[in-house]
Design a protein around this ligand. Structure first.
Ligand code: URA
Length: 302
């Protein structure tokens, strides 16, 4: 175990896996933060209130809330803009395109998509991405006084749990949520959520290693296969490799690479399913957008 302070990787080397992670993901995020800046209050009042027919509590006898109201509250756009989006056929509810105004929905039960991206609508659930620093343990507290992700989270939200674990010496993307079912499914092997890692290894990488790892190798606790493998960089007897796998077993990447003769000196997780670390700096936390949470839920059938 290294004695370097949390966040500082002790291995000062020419191949900085975190920098490589950032360089490899120069694409703009494909998911937005949910239309920041819009709020229900932004709907313009009519020029003359008398111009509008008096509003009964519209359709009070019908169940659900109006679609444009729900989407405006979710920060997608103002109600007026959402109405235009409905006219343009950009919105669907439970897989059916909505083309007429007046649709009512249940934000807790209905599945609503805008331009094909699912929008998470429940307000009380939050999911965060953290770039976990080296040296910090994946636990909410520690009776031995070690630095934990709980120290970093403070009282951000009640009931947060981490989705799976990263080793103390592993850096990178860790998801944290107060949605218990989402956490359970993302971490459960049966949902086969792909995770991407950049590993710095000592030694040269045999040409046929990718094929071997895709076919599967036997570890002490059973076989493991990778979804993909590539060498990203090689320099001065060190290489950085990218591995995608949907395994959650303890120390799986380190054990797998050690097994094929490539001990890992630095390990960074760069994505979990559709969520990528991108350019998040080490030690930072960001709340996922409703589209991002929707994409995660889609992945695990919620
Ligand atoms: N594999 C490992 O070896 N360590 C981690 O932290 C995650 C995957």
């Amino acid at each position: 175990m290294s004695t370097a302070p949390p966040g500082e990787h002790p291995d000062s080397n020419p191949l900085d896996a975190a920098e490589l992670a950032a360089e490899l993901s120069t694409d703009e995020p494909t998911l937005t933060d949910g239309g920041e800046g819009w709020s229900e209050d932004m709907e313009l009042a009519p020029i003359h209130p008398g111009d509008e027919p008096p509003r009964r509590d519209e359709d009070a006898d019908r169940t659900g809330e109006r679609l444009q109201k729900v989407l405006a509250r979710a920060g997608v756009a103002s109600r007026r803009v959402v109405e235009d989006m409905i006219d343009q056929g950009r919105i669907s509810v439970n897989g059916e395109q909505v083309r007429v105004q007046g649709k009512r929905v249940d934000p807790h039960a209905d599945r609503i998509e805008v331009d094909g991206s699912r929008i998470e609508l429940s307000d009380d659930r939050v999911t965060y991405a953290m770039n976990k620093p080296f040296g910090v343990i994946t636990a909410m507290s520690d009776d031995r006084g070690r630095d934990t992700i709980g120290d970093m989270l403070g009282d951000l939200a009640p009931g947060l749990v981490h989705v799976g674990r990263l080793d103390q010496d592993t850096e990178g993307l860790l998801l944290i949520t107060n949605d218990g079912e989402l956490a359970h499914r993302l971490a459960h092997p049966s949902y086969e959520v792909p995770k991407t890692y950049l590993a710095q290894v000592s030694g040269s990488v045999p040409r046929d290693l990718g094929r071997r790892l895709r076919n599967g190798v036997d570890l002490d606790d059973g076989p493991v296969k990778v979804d993909s493998f590539q060498v990203v960089d090689t320099h001065a007897g060190q290489s950085v490799v990218e591995i995608v796998l949907h395994e959650g077993r303890k120390h799986i990447v380190r054990r797998l690479l050690a097994h094929v003769g490539l001990p890992v000196s630095r390990l960074t997780r760069t994505s979990v399913g559709p969520i990528a670390l991108q350019r998040m700096r080490t030690g930072t936390i960001r709340r996922l957008s409703r589209q991002e949470v929707g994409a995660l839920k889609d992945l695990v059938g919620l």
